[in-house]
Design a protein around this ligand. Sequence first.
Ligand code: FAD
Length: 317
Amino acid sequence: MKVTEHIAQAKDTLISFEILPPLKGKSIESIYDHLDPLMEFKPAFINVTYHRSEHMFKKRGDGSFEKVEIRKRPGTVGICAAIMNHYNVDAVPHLICGGFSREETENALIDLNFLGVDNVLVLRGDAPKNETFFEPHPDGHRYALELLQQVVNMNNGVYLEEDLQEGVKTKFCIGVAGYPEKHFEAPNMQTDIAHLKRKVEKGADYIVTQMFFDNQKFFDFVTKCRDMGITIPIIPGLKPITSKKQLTVLPRTFHVDIPDELSTEILKCKTDKEVEEVGTQWLIQQSRELKQFGVPVLHYYTLGKPKVVKRVVEAVV
Ligand code: FAD
């Protein structure tokens, strides 16, 4: 079922989760172990992230180094199929521009369509870890907007080959990303939301936001989106803080602020257990307030912390 259908039919705030594919070489059981404790909450859908190759340097026998491309977390499409089969729940694969050609993307979309996947979250992706700027694949897309157009084209039966303009019409419901604290490359919030609006005008069905720790930033973002004529559902992305290190890692990686009240409490903690408790209670409060605000879905980035997310959801539903 499409995410938008879940939302339209819901009588209460829905719950959804986001997971990462395991590192290459690990089994699907690691995904089930991760998700099993969360399935009692009957998530409306489960997102599976998509990962590009990273550039690495491998030592040759003669001591010199060779640049290689390694995709550490492949398997998004297969995991979506496995999750749907194992739990009978909708899976939402992420698709990214970075590192993929249009044809590779088309092939992934064809696989997803055959597997009965109804949703995709389309994203640009970031530069590989050791590069500063995002560079598109020579035959790929520069912006999520272009990837979105490719999915919309397939929904209209239009494929890449010039003589394949009346193929099977896929029916993907399309999600896109939004940033309550602005995307880090955008010159300002107004411009960022204007770009978001173009994705909506091209056919995006719903928005999932970057994580945030201050609900007011989300409320202001929703207001700005609505003022600029964006009417589709906006789903908050939520993550628990569970270590002191995250006070610096999360702002650096995701370009989000940690409110003073939260960071002060975390810095007072003496053990990881105490940090986890502060992060859990903070996320419970955030979730309750967002539910009251009337968000359609509470979307949790579980990222290795299913037990914490379980405590949060237990306290919220
Ligand atoms: P875009 O919408 O393309 O925007 C990128 C930047 O370009 C923005 O600053 C925007 O304002 C600007 N822009 C857009 N259009 C134009 C234009 N026409 N001209 C000039 N500027 C423009 N990354 C992964 O690699 N894998 C994942 O699975 C993944 N999942 C994510 C899930 C969520 C919910 C979120 C919020 C992010 C996720 N990311 C993931 C990270 C994401 O790929 C990065 O944040 C990326 O930097 C931007 O992606 P986007 O889709 O928002 O890009």
